[in-house]
Design a protein around this ligand. Structure first.
Ligand code: FE2
Ligand code: FE2
Length: 276
């Protein structure tokens, strides 16, 4: 299995040519499948893919993890330029608007909802956990027992009736069943990584978690060290043999702490190739 980071907040330490943005995109190769997971904030993921020698026309399908525009910002580019490939996304996304109130500023984080109409035939809308290919599941987190990230408190949704705190019913993670165990790709982990892992194990029937890749949504601020410390402790107690590779919405303070905490937690940046 090979995962290439096409876009991330952190610049590549290998190439100056690759661009960086606050957005995430992975290109996942597993068995004979090639999956584009998220499309960053702009079409930058496609430029980086080209520089990395990846032809996006070869992907079997695309997947969008949730309705925030740092993950679906490149969707218009993809639909227009990469023909004939399905895009899996939660069915709630076209019906909702997403808003951030962080730093006392209101920002609209929604996808370009017009695309869902203009390219209707390209979407595969999912209502719940679904096996989308051989050994590949899109997993919705329904059971919340561990804390969700503190940073979610700045995130709202509006489904037309009222604006309310986003509970992330529109978030899906990818769980791949590999011969080493589960490999979970969860770009923002708004539902909480520990809850997502639990749900992926339930969905796949596979108890061994080989790796977890994605942002943890630990935002910079007074709660970040508390969240990172609790997470490191939980990982040590519950998943001592799992590799955690984080980036994107895990803030620099948390990344620095988690790397030092050991427990197999490392970080990714733009252009990284993760192989199992
Ligand atoms: Fe997000
Ligand atoms: Fe994000």
């Amino acid at each position: 299995m090979k995962i290439t980071v096409l876009a991330d907040n952190r610049a590549s330490n290998k190439s100056n040519e690759l661009q960086t943005e606050h957005g995430l995109s992975f290109y996942i190769e597993h068995n004979n499948q090639k999956v584009l997971c998220d499309m960053g904030a702009t079409s930058m993921f496609a430029d980086n893919a080209e520089l990395l020698g990846i032809d996006l026309n070869n992907c079997d399908f695309a997947f969008i993890s949730h309705g925030h525009n740092d993950h679906c910002g490149g969707l218009g580019y993809f639909l227009e330029n990469i023909k004939g490939k399905d895009v899996y996304i939660h069915s709630a996304v076209p019906k909702e608007e997403y808003i951030s109130t962080r730093h006392e500023t209101r920002r609209n984080l929604s996808c370009n909802n017009k695309l869902f109409n203009d390219y209707k035939e390209r979407f595969r809308f999912l209502d719940t956990t679904t096996r989308i290919a051989e050994g590949c599941f899109a997993v919705q987190c329904n059971e919340i027992t561990a804390p969700m990230p503190y940073g979610n408190c700045f995130l709202l949704k509006n489904s037309g009736e009222k604006e309310e705190n986003d509970t992330f019913g529109h978030e899906l993670s990818l769980a791949f069943v590999t011969d080493k165990g589960l490999v979970i790709v969860s770009p923002c982990s708004h539902c909480g990584a520990l809850n997502i892992i639990h749900e992926c194990k339930k969905a796949t029937g596979c108890d061994k978690v080989h790796a977890y890749i994605g942002g943890l949504h630990f935002v910079e601020g007074e709660n970040c060290m508390t969240e990172a410390t609790l997470f490191a402790e939980a990982v040590k107690a519950q998943y001592p043999d799992t590799l955690f590779i984080t980036g994107h919405c895990t803030c620099d303070t948390a990344k620095g702490f988690l790397e030092k905490a050991g427990n197999g937690i490392t970080t990714f940046s733009t252009g990284d190739i993760i192989e199992f």
